[in-house]
Design a protein around this ligand. Sequence first.
Ligand code: ZN
Length: 396
Amino acid sequence: MSGAKRCPDCGSSEIVEDAHYSQDQLVCADCGCILSEGLITTTVSEETSLQAVRYSDSTGENDSVTYCMKRGIIRVRDLCRVLRLPDGFVDTALSYYKQAVGLPLYRLVSIEKKEIIVGCCVYITCRQQQWPITMGTICSLIYAKKELFASLFMDIVQVLKVDVPSISLQNLVKSHCRSFKLFKDSSEVPPQYAEKLDTVSERTVQTVELAYETWLVTGRHPIPMITAAAYISWQSFQPSRRLSCSLSRFCKLSDVDMPPPSTIRLKELQETLIKLAYHLPWLKILSLNRKNIVQHLGDLLKHRALLLRRALAVTEAELSKGTEASSSTDQLNSTLVFLPPCVSNPKKRSRSVAFPCGDLDITGDEEISDSEIEQYLRTPAEMKDYQQVQSCISSV
Ligand SMILES: [Zn+2]
C-alpha cells in the first residue's frame, strides 16, 4: 500500500502510517510531509466522498435495525401520540415492541401481524399503567381484526412473560362517561336531559361496582354494563322526567354506540336492584318493578355495603340449605339469592356426562366383529348410486 504512493514533496516512497491524536495519518518518513489527514474520522469518510453522514449512522443508534423494525418503532410512537398517552408510556411500549419483533417467532410474520404487534405493545403498556383504553379502540385505530388482535395479544403476553392486570373498571367508567354528550354542557340536548359529568360519573362508578359485587360483570365485556349503568344513574337524578326515555334514545342523544348486550345488562341490573331493595324496610313494602326501581337507586347505593352483606348472608344460608337437601341450585329461592346470571338461569343444558351409565371399563382390546366393520362399507348398490349422482353433478 505504502509502496505505491510517493511523497509529493521529495519523491520518497518511504510513506508510513502515524497515529496523531488517535487519527491515522500517512506521513513521509524522509521529510515529514503529511499526505493525508483524518482518514478514519467517521464510518463514511467525509473527506474523500464529501457525503453527509447521518446522525444515526455516526452514533450507531440504529445499528442492525431492520427496515420493518424502524417502521414499527415509528408506528408505536405515532399510536401513543394519537392516543395522547403520557410520555413515559412510549418507552415501555417501544421496549416491548423491540423485544417481540426481535424474537424469531415474530420476525417473519406478515406486515398485518407486525402492525397488530405494535397495537398489542401499546395496549399492554396501557393495561399495566391502568390507562382506560379498550382493545376495541386500538383495533379500530390500526384497522385490525379483533379476533387476530386478541389471539396475538394472548400470545405476546405469554411470550414476553409480562404481567397484565385486568382493566381498571373505575377508570374505564370515568373515561367512557366522558364520551356521553348528555353529560357535557351542550346546547343541543333538551335541558331536562342535561346532566353534569362529575355527578353522573360518580354514581355510575358506584352502580358498576354494585353490579360487580353481584356477579354481573365477571366474564362479560365491561362497556355494555357501563352503558347500562350510566343510563340508569342518569335516570335516577330526575326519574319523573327521564323514565320515559329509553336506553336506545339515551344513547342516540348522547351520541354513543349502544352495544347490543347493554339491554340485557340493564335488565339484570334492574332485577338485582329489586332484589337488594327487599332488604330495605321502607322499600320492602312498595311494589317495585323494573321501571320504578330507578327512583330508589340513590338510596340503594347509599346503603350498598349493608345490603350486600345481608344479601351475602341470605345467599350463604340458602346455598347451605340447598346442599343439605339435594345439592342442586334449582330449589333456591331465586328472588333472594345472588348468583352469576349464567348459573341462576342457564341457557345451556347442564354438561352431559360422557358415560352416563358409569365407568364402562373399556380397555381397547375388545373383539371387533366383522358385521360392525361392514356397516361402514358401501354395498355394490350404494356404489352404483353414488357413481350415478357424481356423473350427474359433473355433467351439469
Ligand atoms: Zn517527502
